[in-house]
Design a protein around this ligand. Structure first.
Ligand code: SF4
Length: 145
């Protein structure tokens, strides 16, 4: 049964890293799926059994519909992660990050790049970023109060 899904909602990114697995960059696009299409995909993901979904890209915060897609995913009783590079986070996006059931995950750490995607079948424990001291440190450093 499906437990976890990645929703690659855009190929656009402010950066153009050589190692990018998705070949994302400033010239990337949001692709051909409409917001209604993405809402259906999210609903179908939940109906298939997923308990968590992660918005990725590209840089998912560049998709103008991300806040409403996050809200839609949360309304289906899924947990949501937003896998972001934190290059530019708008006030609306910080509000989205703070929604109950939603977590954001930095793509880099103060000590360098990270590649710590949790396994879809991995543990759902206290060690998850939302509760770790490192994540709290990131929140206190970057989130507006
Ligand atoms: S920040 Fe991430 S999505 Fe953007 S170009 Fe770099 S690796 Fe790709």
């Amino acid at each position: 049964m499906l437990d976890f899904a990645w929703w690659e909602i855009t190929g656009k990114c402010q950066l153009a890293c050589d190692h990018c697995y998705a070949s994302s960059g400033p010239e990337g696009t949001h692709g051909s799926l409409s917001v209604a299409d993405w809402r259906r995909v999210i609903t179908q993901t939940r109906e298939a059994g997923a308990r968590m979904g992660q918005f990725i890209g590209g840089e998912p915060t560049l998709h103008p519909a991300l806040p409403q897609l996050v809200q839609h995913a949360l309304s289906t009783d899924m947990e949501v992660e937003i896998y972001t590079n934190l290059v530019h986070v708008t006030p609306e996006m910080w509000e989205t990050f703070r929604l109950p059931g939603s977590v954001w995950r930095p793509r880099t750490t103060p000590t360098g790049p990270t590649n710590t995607r949790r396994s879809p079948s991995g543990p759902r424990s206290e060690s998850r970023p939302r509760t770790s001291p490192a994540r709290k440190s990131w929140v206190s450093r970057f989130a507006p109060t």
